[in-house]
Design a protein around this ligand. Structure first.
Ligand code: NAD
Length: 343
């Protein structure tokens, strides 16, 4: 008998609790070894504890070093700072891994299998912003500062090259905007090419692509890409684009990885427009749970989970509305659990 693995569970906001319930049903059916410590954060944290990131959440992840997280709502414009960004900073989760693979064929693009490795702690995304007052207008000018360190760039680029080699990937594309943001993203490009020459030449191919051209090429010919490594904000945008190639946000998992902790989640947000209606596709979070099983060395269970998802979608043809089906979130979970039980 294998022993249990303590892990933090954050149901999250909006559709979070619905997709977390469905994912837990799948993990239970698999006999996954996680022993959950359930915590609230985001809007649920504000409502329950007056804090979008209560200290109990941080204490729990410090102890378990492992979490499965539903989406957390962040108000746009004013309000509190994103709990997702704070979690990434707190646990130095520098690598955001976002694989995109076609599971349901027959969409606009078939046979997609690529991975976005997004730098998760630096760049323009860090939210160092302020307004400058001119005359009577306190918000006359808005300013933001981006920070990319050579050490931070090296760490994520190293991660991407190592990931590519360990997973039998052929090519790493370094995506940047060094023609315009010569310092901020120049340091990323330069570090990537240096690192490749020093450590990875001959083991994997490399190319460099400017972010705007990358967006066009991903739409015209996504099969040319394999592993994309890029800075925080570009990675945020490109990974949603890539999710669109494989059926949308409901199919896109993500992992936030650091030296001492890892947090697994869907790429999508709390989807307030469909929350509480049983319409959410739980597959993205289920695929994140499969990444979590890989992370703890249970590749056997991860493979069974992925196979069951595949069979539920394609053999049983049970799909939620975003994939053109009519199944509710619990109905999808029920069909998946039956697949796991029979597989
Ligand atoms: P969103 O990803 O929540 O929704 C975008 C669109 O995709 C919506 O139409 C939604 O209905 C649909 N969608 C998303 N997930 C789906 C699923 N599983 N099944 C079916 N349809 C799905 O993006 P948003 O509306 O821009 O953001 C809502 C909130 O989520 C914001 O507060 C934002 O800050 C937060 N957010 C959190 C995370 C996170 O926790 N990692 C990520 C992104 C956004």
């Amino acid at each position: 008998m294998s022993s249990t693995i303590p892990a933090t569970l954050i149901p999250g906001d909006g559709i979070g609790p619905e997709i977390v319930d469905a994912t837990l049903a799948a993990l239970d059916a698999l006999g996954a070894p996680f022993e959950w410590d359930t915590q609230v954060a985001g809007l649920a944290g504000v409502q329950a504890a007056g804090d979008p990131l209560p200290p109990a959440v941080l204490d729990s992840i410090r102890r378990t070093r492992l979490a499965l997280k539903g989406p957390l709502e962040t108000p746009s414009g004013g309000g509190y700072r994103s709990s997702n960004v704070r979690l990434r900073e707190e646990f130095q989760l520098y690598a955001n891994l976002r694989p995109a693979r076609t599971i349901v064929p027959g969409g606009r693009y078939d046979n997609i299998d690529l991975v976005v490795v997004r730098e998760n702690l630096e760049g323009l995304y860090i939210g160092h912003e302020h307004y400058v007052k001119i005359a009577d207008d306190p918000h006359a000018v808005a300013m933001a500062t981006g920070v990319n360190t050579r050490a931070g760039c090296r760490r994520i680029l190293d991660y991407a090259f190592q990931y590519a080699i360990a997973n039998g990937r052929k090519k790493v594309s370094i995506v940047h905007k060094a023609n315009i943001m010569k310092a901020l993203t120049g340091v990323f490009l330069e570090t990537g090419l240096q690192l490749y020459e020093e450590k990875y030449k001959g083991q994997v191919q490399v190319d460099t692509v400017i972010i705007d051209a990358c967006a066009m090429k991903l739409v015209l010919d996504p099969w040319k890409f394999d592993v994309i490594v890029t800075t925080n904000l570009f990675g945020d945008i490109v990974s949603d684009l890539v999710a669109g190639l494989v059926g949308g946000l409901g199919m896109a998992p993500g992992a936030n990885i650091g030296e001492n902790a890892a947090i697994f989640e869907a790429v999508h947000g709390s989807a307030p427009d469909i929350a509480g209606q049983g319409k959410a596709n739980p597959v993205a979070l289920m695929l994140a749970a499969a990444m979590m099983l890989d992370h703890v060395g249970r590749q056997d269970l991860a493979a069974r989970l992925r196979q069951a998802i595949d069979a539920t979608l394609n053999v049983d043809q049970v799909r939620t509305g975003d994939l053109g089906g009519s199944a509710s979130t619990p109905a999808f979970a029920k069909a998946l659990v039956a697949r796991i039980a029979n597989g």
